[in-house]
Design a protein around this ligand. Structure first.
Ligand SMILES: C[S@@+](CC[C@H](N)C(=O)[O-])C[C@H]1O[C@@H](n2cnc3c(N)ncnc32)[C@H](O)[C@@H]1O
Length: 242
């Protein structure tokens, strides 16, 4: 896939709420790579987790799949027979690009791409579920329901990978992590204007919470074990096991 440069917020503008539209879909690989510290590490580890947790004759879900990076990683690493990957996103622009992207690679495990709200996706016979920076776009009061439905649809020994941008419970440490993240974005070529306008765009649509809130909610939802396995600045990834 050709990687177009993200310059959506490069010029001064009346900033609207962030939305996964065509403009974002077109530059998404560049945007996520330059904005989310550890994104490649998380994808790489998802490959290892697929080898460990995918169960024969089960479903593997990628909820909020964007262009299908996690889907492709699961397909590349799945060694189990009879599996299906169900990849869901409610952005038509993202899903159209995901379809082209996925079809440019070969793989044995079938992929069912669905343009729908993940809250309407029935989770059944799941050995793996991925929410890679997606739950943060669901209203906080709806998150427990989403996670409870996932837990209920998972097989014993199934694994959820939950990655989220987080807000540190200590406001001083929160500011430190935000500053470090902004340094990361500057080092990746984003200007002060781009950083500040993107922040404004995300303000109403991405609600971050602490690691502790996320872990407590996973336990409440029915996961027997959960732990942060990775954190880079204010971006973290959690493994939860049923
Ligand atoms: C930050 S991106 C996820 C990145 C992707 N998981 C990856 O690993 O490359 C968030 C995605 O979630 C999707 N999304 C947000 N809310 C959703 C919902 N309620 N149902 C389905 N998809 C949703 C967005 O359209 C967007 O593509």
């Amino acid at each position: 896939m050709t990687r177009l440069t993200d310059n959506i917020y490069a010029s001064e503008q009346q900033v609207a709420d962030f939305n996964f539209d065509q403009r974002v879909a077109d530059v998404f690989p560049d945007m996520i790579q330059r904005s989310v510290p550890g994104y490649q590490t998380i994808l790489h580890t998802l490959g290892l987790l697929t080898e460990r947790y995918a169960q024969a004759n089960s479903n593997l879900y990628d909820l909020g799949c964007s262009l299908g990076a996690a889907t492709l990683m699961m397909r590349r690493h799945n060694k189990q027979p009879g599996c299906q990957i169900v990849s869901v996103d409610n952005s038509k622009a993202m899903l159209e690009r995901a379809e082209q992207h996925i079809h440019s690679y070969r793989g044995d495990t079938p992929i069912d791409l669905r343009c729908q709200n993940l809250q309407d996706t029935e989770i059944t016979n799941a050995s793996m579920v991925v929410l890679n920076f997606t739950l943060q776009f669901i209203e906080p009061e709806q998150r427990l329901d989403v996670l409870s439905q996932i837990a209920a649809g998972m097989n014993q020994g199934g694994m959820l990978l939950l990655s989220e941008k987080i807000q540190h419970a200590d406001p001083v440490m929160n500011d430190v992590l935000i500053d470090l993240h902004h340094e990361f974005k500057r080092a990746n070529g984003y200007s002060e204007l781009e950083i500040s306008q993107k922040r404004t765009a995300l303000e109403n649509v991405m609600k971050t919470e602490s690691v502790e809130t996320n872990l407590q909610r996973l336990q409440q939802a029915g996961f027997a074990h959960a732990s942060v396995w990775y954190q880079s600045y204010n971006f973290c990834s959690i493994i939860a096991l049923k």
